[in-house]
Ligand binder design. Structure first.
Ligand code: NDP
Ligand SMILES: O=C1O[C@H](COP(=O)(O)O)[C@@H](O)[C@H](O)[C@H]1O
Length: 510
């Protein structure tokens, strides 16, 4: 792949957690792989005072701790570090942006950069508007090259606030210059969903309500809220994971084939799925179809864990959900009648992101099904931390009596090439620098997703009597199992959970 064009990368929030854990390592990986041309500069921006040298030291430490590549080549590191500058700046001070513009001109000249600008806003959402206005008023948008802005999530708190934010951004940037990040779209296996679907003759013809019984999407985490209690308590699993990552994954599974692989065509199909989501019409419907839970004190691998309400910066009487499971209907011709079950939660027993496509059963009254309790066929897409796919089919048990057993045929990508595929942030920063917004969310997608989620939030606001506590380290409220049991289904075990009676046919270590 060609390196991105030279540009100045403005990293707002350069002293923050995201920059440290994700953004610096991503930039280093891109550099190491030759995906950044040599004519680039990175300017770290935040209020804290740091010298250029201190900042480079911060970047070095972050890469040492979090990057998939080691910093083992001093010369390479020195060449990389030379591109990093730091400037203390308060977003609300327009004068500082004028200084920033002067520094930019120097860097353009020093690194022969053709006026391209990439603004990365790793900031609290309340600062997205002010920073955009000051970029304009400080003269930073008057360059000859392209300008693009990457916006971190959350994009708003609900539809009205997202709309307001979008109005502010649109006064400064065109829609095609705005890159709303959803890092799940940068994950290798999420992008692979399209290939699995549209490049395989034995999946695409079956990808509809004639053959699929249900779809299950699990995004489970073992961590609690860590240091983000203040943010999370206002957000919860609905706004933190469902409005964005879960619904985006659902669109990738459910969308129609796009007319081409052009980003806009793919996004056109995704937004149609979001428009087809059946809204929950009443609070009763929300209660019936959306389960919420919050972790209580519990145990994980012998470690005692505190309750959510005892976490730092969390209201001790909080009713914020740390778990959500829902039955979602996609009302279109392809999916009518096929439930999509989605679930996400913190302090669950394993960290995994997985999609299970459960196929309809064979007719129950003929041949093998008469004599055996046949398991349905499954296609499982493992997104994280294991990457791969497997299909579960029925086969004859070796021996004489025609008995049937489930077997799983697996492509374990992470076993074969290791857990070293490009990180989502790496891929997405590179895409933005190349001007490819396919895997960023367009405004209409964001708005549709809020519309769906806002109804749930409104019903939940009415009362909290359906909030179920679950012990940290468990699989969440039992009501989430009942959600599927009502329809005659159950959650399939995900990676790391006990699987019984399956013979694995695989060439790679598990
Ligand atoms: N951390 C994560 O894992 C994830 C974060 N995000 C999103 O990324 C964004 C950043 O998150 P995170 O890094 O965790 O947040 P942090 O609180 O760790 O960092 C916030 C950054 O903003 C800077 N800042 C705050 N106020 C100002 C100001 N007035 N002027 C200039 N700089 C300011 C802070 O620096 P200083 O105090 O020095 O000014 C700091 O660098 C948020 O929108 C978050 O929701 C999204 C997904 C995951
Ligand atoms: O956006 C977020 O995602 C992380 C989970 O991301 P993953 O790539 O580790 O699966 C989640 O912990 C966080 O709360 C949320 O803001």
């Amino acid at each position: 792949m060609l390196p991105a064009q030279g540009a100045v990368y403005y990293l707002f929030g350069a002293t923050g957690d995201l920059a440290k854990r994700k953004l610096f390592p991503a930039l280093f990986s891109l550099y190491k792989e030759g995906k950044l041309s040599d004519n680039f500069a990175v300017i770290g921006l935040a209020r804290r005072s740091r010298t250029k040298e201190q900042f480079r030291e911060d970047v070095y430490e972050s890469i040492t701790e979090f990057c998939r590549y080691k910093v083992d080549d001093v010369e390479l590191w020195n060449r990389f570090a030379e591109h990093f500058e730091y400037m203390p700046l308060d977003i609300n001070n327009v004068e500082a942006f004028r200084d920033l513009n002067r520094l930019t001109s120097e860097l353009d000249a020093r690194f022969n950069i053709p006026g391209n600008r990439l603004f990365y806003l790793a900031l609290a959402p309340s600062l997205f508007g002010p920073v955009s206005f000051n970029l304009r008023d400080g003269g930073l948008l008057e360059s000859t090259g392209w300008r693009r802005v990457i916006i971190e999530k959350p994009f708003g708190y609900d539809l009205p606030s997202a709309q307001e934010l979008n109005n502010q951004l649109s006064q400064v940037f065109k829609e095609e210059e705005i890159y709303r990040i959803d890092h799940y779209l940068g994950k290798e296996m999420v992008q692979n969903i399209q290939v699995i679907r549209f490049a395989n003759a034995f999946f695409e013809p079956l990808w509809n309500n004639n053959y699929i019984a249900n779809v299950q999407i699990t995004l489970s985490e073992t961590v609690g809220v860590e240091e983000r209690g203040g943010y999370y308590d206002k957000s919860g699993a609905l706004r933190d994971m469902t409005q964005n990552h879960m619904l985006q994954m659902l669109t990738m599974i459910a969308m129609e084939p796009p007319s081409s692989l052009i980003g806009e065509h793919i996004r056109d199909e995704k937004v149609k799925v979001l428009r087809s989501l059946r809204p929950y019409a009443t609070s009763e419907e929300v209660k019936k179809n959306v389960i919420r839970g919050q972790y209580a004190a519990g145990k994980q691998q012998n470690e005692e864990l505190p309750a959510y309400r005892a976490e730092d910066s969390v209201n001790p009487e909080s009713a914020t959900e740390t778990y959500l499971a829902a039955k979602v209907a996609v009302d279109n011709f392809r999916w009518a009648g096929v439930p999509f079950y989605i679930r996400t939660g913190k302090r669950l027993p394993v960290k995994t992101t997985e999609v299970v496509i459960e196929f309809k059963s064979m007719p129950q009254n003929v041949l093998f099904a008469q004599r055996h309790d046949l398991a349905p066929n499954l296609l499982v897409i493992r997104v994280n931390p294991m990457e791969g796919i497997y299909i579960k089919i029925n086969a004859k048990t070796p021996g004489a009596d025609n008995s049937v057993q489930p077997v799983a045929m697996e492509f374990c990508q992470s076993c074969q090439i290791g857990l070293n595929t490009p990180e989502a942030y790496e891929r997405l920063i590179h895409d933005a620098a190349r001007g490819d917004s396919t895997y960023f969310t367009r405004w209409d997608e964001v708005a549709q997703a809020w519309e769906f989620v806002d109804r749930i939030a409104a019903a939940w606001k009415e009362n909290t009597d359906d909030l179920k506590l679950y012990p940290a380290g468990s699989w969440g409220p039992e009501a989430a199992d009942e959600l599927l049991a009502r329809d005659g289904f159950h959650w399939w075990p995900v990676n790391g959970q006990e699987e019984d009676k399956v013979i694995w046919v695989t060439s790679s270590a598990k």
